[in-house]
Ligand binder design. Sequence first.
Ligand code: AMP
Ligand code: MG
Length: 485
Amino acid sequence: MGDIRLPFSNSFSQLPSIFYTRMPAEPFVENPTLIHANPSLCDVIGLSKESLSHPQFASYFSGQLSLPGSDSLAMVYSGHQFGQWAGQLGDGRALLLGQVTTPAHGQWDIQLKGSGKTPYSRFGDGRAVLRSCIREYLCGEAIHGLGILTTRALCVVGTNQQVRRESWEPGAVLARVASSHIRFGHFEHFFYHYPGSDYGRALADYVIEHFFSELMDTPDRYRFWFHQVVVRTAALIAEWQAVGFCHGVMNTDNMSILGETIDYGPFGFMEGFDPHYICNHSDETGRYAYDQQPLIGLWNLQALAQALTSFISETDLREGLGEYWIHFLTTYEIKMAQKLGFEIVTDDVRSLIYDLLELMEADLADYPLVFRLLSESLLDTTRWVSLFKSTDAALGWLSRYHHEILKGGSSHEISTRLNLVNPKYILRNWVAEVAIREVEDKANYAILDDFLTIFHAPYDEDPQFERFANPAPEGFGEVCVSCSS
Ligand code: AMP
Ligand code: MG
């Protein structure tokens, strides 16, 4: 078998070295072991499927060996964490191997997470634990399966090395794939650390050239670009809200400049509907609670705007920020209307949406199931109504809803439409925990095949996986997720 070949183009490392530190990964004592690889990303990054069984695959995608053609580096960035300026951060445990480019799929970053210390590690060990790599691996695919922009991952590699967190845990490396890993915090870094410099503009030029190329020849390109960043961020957060996704750590260093979901840590999907839900146990004030996410999106964009004042006028930035709420609300309401099977948002539809959310909140009704079982409710209301404690209120809403929705088609047509937009499977915390326990305790790596199957097609019924569509079985215990990863 020949060596592993990827179509590296490595555009980021062509930028001046102020943006990064070029370096190799920190080696492991033992050779790493492949836990799981995701064949659906092979075409995207121009990797042959046979490469997944290459004897050195795990060594290459953990950083133990340097991948031919890569030009590895750690990026520097800064950021606001929990509302406070945190100063310089950067890839403290990640290494960008470079960019690959294919004619069909364009340019992608490949990044290792957990590959060892860098000059930006501060007090950290540069490593990642297997538990959080599995969560990120599955959640990236789950969010992608839901049609939401996100980083994804090619594989999880076990390092056969223990990592110290609250206790000793097995370590791992995640090979992450994203359009780009450039964050809001990159721009903040150059604005605050190099005042008066042109570095922020140079980075914007890179981003525009590679991801907003339609703006390249526009004289006002920076202004239009910022506008696009606002629109993409607003749309991303609207999608999160509609699907019930809580990111958990929306610091400006965890915000992608391309509006992709990035940095999965203590995330959580909404189950019993509680708008004040805080998925991250380290978030004591609820800054990143579910219902705060839209506002935090704007806060983060304001922090970004401040960092762009060196090359975009305050008037233009303010105008861009002024577009946020309308884009957020429009996208959110369209998504919610679609979840009810409507194509346009009328006043009647709007009141159905918000009345339903109020009922769900009062009874902590299961968010994904309430929407998924709407299709079944057209034939039999029993299971849907059983999701609520106040049966009369639930039945009252349902009959209003049926009356309205059945104006638009037969119950069969509507039911089909509903099942195409309301996922059967979301990555519930307990389901992620099942995956982690199977991998860590029983070395059952093949279970990740099942979970990729489920989350790549979250709208499909599959009787063998039925139980994963439901809340945690009785006695499963609470799953606690914090920033420790
Ligand atoms: P996060 O909360 O994962 O977004 O990380 C915030 C910052 O801390 C980033 O600069 C990370 O690279 C860095 N970091 C997190 N965990 C570690 C670690 N174990 N070792 C070194 N740096 C880390
Ligand atoms: Mg981060």
